[in-house]
Design a protein around this ligand. Sequence first.
Ligand code: G3I
Length: 360
Amino acid sequence: MLLATVIIAAGCLRAPAEEADLNFGYALDPFALASIPQYQAIVANDATMVTVENYMKWGLIHPNPSTYDFTLADQIVATAQANGQQVRGHVLVWHTQLPGWLTNGTWTRDSLLAVMEDHITTVVTHFRDNFPGVVTHWDVVNEAFNPDGSRRDTIFQQVIGDDYIEKAFAFARAADPDISLFYNDFYDDFSLAGETLLTGVPAGPGATPTQSDCAQLPKCAATQAMLTDFVARGVPIDGLGFQAHVLLGQAPDYVELADWVGPLGLEWAATELDVKVLSSLGDNSATRSAHADTFVSVLDDCLESDRCDTVILWGVGDAHSWLPGFTNGLFDYGLIYDDDYLPKLAVVKMFERLEAASVD
Ligand code: G3I
């Protein structure tokens, strides 16, 4: 038993994920990856694919107009390459973590488009040329819609207009014809409910276990309309990322939520999965059981769908999760390893589910 715990503590999900043809892994922090042996072992032994939680974002990788800093992103990509893993790039265009020179600049449509093209081309080309074949997917645009389906009022939306999204995809495709390009967003009731609990502002309907009809959810319906239009007009896009920051026991039915994606010839992926537990509930055997079931529900949906081959978790262990800091401590315990990088029940349950998939 002790030996089994030690083996699981160091990771065990990679082999069954490979057998199941699933891209599985974690969003990584370069400092933890460089300094914590348990973190390194789990990443090596669990993941077939990793992403970079923060250090490919615009403000960190392109801090000045003519300066790019690839140091920390490169460390993660180089480790993935050494481990024989693929990398999902995150993220080329997003309204958060932008540099001051961009948000405080004076722009015209043409000048901001030129800056966006330079940014996307430089970043995509850097990884294409320095790590050939390693960065296989990119989240090109992130979180462009409000809960009511209107466009989020970002600097790109304000200055460039609606077509900033398709321009971003075109720039990415021009930079690397071989990568998969995704639009990435969240549609879940608990992401929105979490915001509502924090701000008191009703956030609009989101997907739940009993309401996973995209057409009934304004934000999802708006995304469907945009991607349908993109495909009709030949805008280069390969898939839709569901972030999947899900609330304990409240994972939507992603197969249903994404049932329109396959007919468009697109893929879908769970790109930022974690399971939010109200801190007041605690991290105990009852919450760990529901937490494991919620992870398996999302994993199941991907394995069941012939249009999903990727599940990425938004961090390795609770010690490095974004959750408590970003929710004023309201939510915690989101990941499958605890603060000490010991496995929770979710690791065992996901191992069992992956093993079952690999013999299907
Ligand atoms: O880099 C600075 C560092 O120099 C400084 O010492 C430190 C002090 O707090 O802050 C560091 O920056 C932080 C950065 O994470 C890296 O740790 C930022 O303050 C912090 O805001 C940033 O948070 C990230 C957040 O995106 C930004 O909005 C979270 O870690 C990251 O998990 C989160 O990820 C997003 C996805 O990209 C998109 N989907 C939602 C998801 C969760 O919010």
